[in-house]
Write a protein that binds this ligand. Structure first.
Ligand code: GDP
Length: 412
């Protein structure tokens, strides 16, 4: 499927200006009607206060509650370059759960810091959360520059305070931009009041980011769902498959060639990511559900151990060493948690000092050991083979993302 918009999330300590920045982005890109702006203007006047951009968010919220057809978690705007979706989860718990289980995919993030108040506990926790999820297109905005008279040394000081925390979690922002969300400095237009700053505006910075690579441009991965007589059936998760292509079947490492590609009753010369197809291979050997047909020149990892982050959803907690079923694409194997590296409360993002049990709504950085070898990829390279579920007592107990692989025979 082609990706036409860029999805991003805005995080930061409470009151540092998240809603104001969202309102300002919608206002400056003409994504909000004149009537609504006038409504808000009147409300603010009646309250005897300046125009509050954060009210645009409240307004949207009201509308969403009235109209159930509007998606409650996404807000849209566009620039000349492309469309944007701001992922607007009600809390960290929902955001983490949605990211890890695949309901949403943030491709970029804005971390907002108040120029007056500086780096706070939540700023650091949010930086850790972004790093955990592997979001590597990042803008730091130092907001409320109007409150510190647009002074460069205030900006430099906060930037210097923030750097060690970002380094600690291996985050390096692509841009750090002084802004005032309320006054509109450096959001859509360069600000004269910040003429010591030579970098891009927030919209220019967003426009420079890349979409996550479209699945058809990644190497071929075709997880096998079933085999009927000599026809191997599955959905192509990534890449393109051509008739006569040489392929490799993992984890058995057998080479073969594609003789026929079928979709319904039709014969094809080519199929791509998203297509449900049947193929006939040149050589016959034992091939079964869970095997993966791969580009012979660009192979994934085959391993029985990897690092992951998991979001635990079940009421029943998980004790390390307890066995469960891990499902990844069409693969299935008994597995267990070998080690819990870090544990975190998904609502408060506070670290939990425990390493033998994972409870409901906790997020854990873990090492997983599978009984059978499985074919996997880092989530950030190929999400289709980097995401899995943990099944316990026939229920989905957790979702997970592969963050690192320790290959044991990845060079067949
Ligand atoms: P959130 O909790 O991060 O969503 O923060 P809000 O957007 O609700 O902003 C909190 C307060 O800071 C509100 O009163 C805003 O008007 C104010 N605020 C936000 N951005 C700016 C800014 O650039 N300059 C000034 N002076 N105030 C701001």
């Amino acid at each position: 499927m082609k990706q036409e918009n860029l999805k991003f999330v805005i995080v930061g300590h409470v009151d540092h200006g998240k809603s104001t920045l969202i309102g300002r982005l919608l206002f400056d890109t003409d994504s909000i009607s004149e009537t609504k702006i006038n409504d808000i203007r009147q409300i603010c006047e009646a309250l005897g206060r300046p125009f509050e951009f954060a009210f645009i968010m409240d307004h949207l919220e009201e509308e969403r509650q009235k109209n159930i057809t509007i998606d409650t978690t996404q807000t849209f705007f566009k620039t000349a370059k492309r469309d944007y979706v701001i992922i607007d989860a009600p809390g960290h718990k929902e955001f983490l759960k949605n990211m890890i289980t695949g309901a949403t995919l943030a491709e970029a993030a804005i971390l907002i810091v108040d120029a007056h108040e500086g780096v706070m506990e939540q700023t650091k926790r949010h930086a850790y959360m972004l790093s955990l999820l592997g979001i590597n297109q990042l803008i730091v905005v130092i907001n409320k520059m109007d409150k510190v008279d647009y002074q460069e040394d205030k900006f430099n000081k906060i930037n210097a305070d923030l750097q060690p925390h970002l380094n600690l979690v291996n985050l390096s922002p692509n841009y750090t931009i002084p802004i005032s969300a309320q006054k509109g400095d450096n959001i859509a237009k360069k600000s004269d009041r910040l003429n010591w700053y030579n970098g891009p505006t927030v919209l220019e910075a967003l426009d420079s980011f890349k979409n996550i690579i479209a699945a058809e441009n990644l190497p071929l991965r075709l997880p096998i769902q079933d085999v009927y007589n000599n026809i191997v059936v599955g959905q192509i998760e990534s890449g393109i498959l051509n008739k006569n292509d040489e392929v490799l079947i993992l984890p058995s490492k057998q080479k073969s060639k594609i003789i026929e590609i079928k979709k319904w009753q039709q014969e094809l010369n080519k199929a791509e990511a998203g297509d449900n197809i049947g193929v006939v291979l040149k050589e016959y050997f034992e091939i079964k559900r869970g095997d993966i047909i791969c580009d012979a020149n660009n192979l994934p990892q085959v391993t029985n151990e990897f690092k992951a982050i998991i979001f635990w959803m079940s009421k029943e907690s998980l004790i390390t060493d307890n066995s469960f079923i891990l499902k990844l694409a069409t693969q299935e194997t008994p597995a267990k948690i070998k080690k819990i590296h870090k544990l975190m409360d998904s609502s408060t993002l506070k670290a939990i000092d425990r390493n033998d049990e994972i409870k409901e709504t906790e997020v854990a950085e873990v090492e997983i050991q599978t009984e059978k070898n499985i074919v996997i990829e880092n989530f950030n390279f190929l999400p289709e083979l980097g995401r899995f579920v943990i099944v316990k007592n026939d229920d989905i107990a957790a979702g997970g993302m592969v963050t690192a692989t320790f290959s044991n025979h990845n060079n067949p």
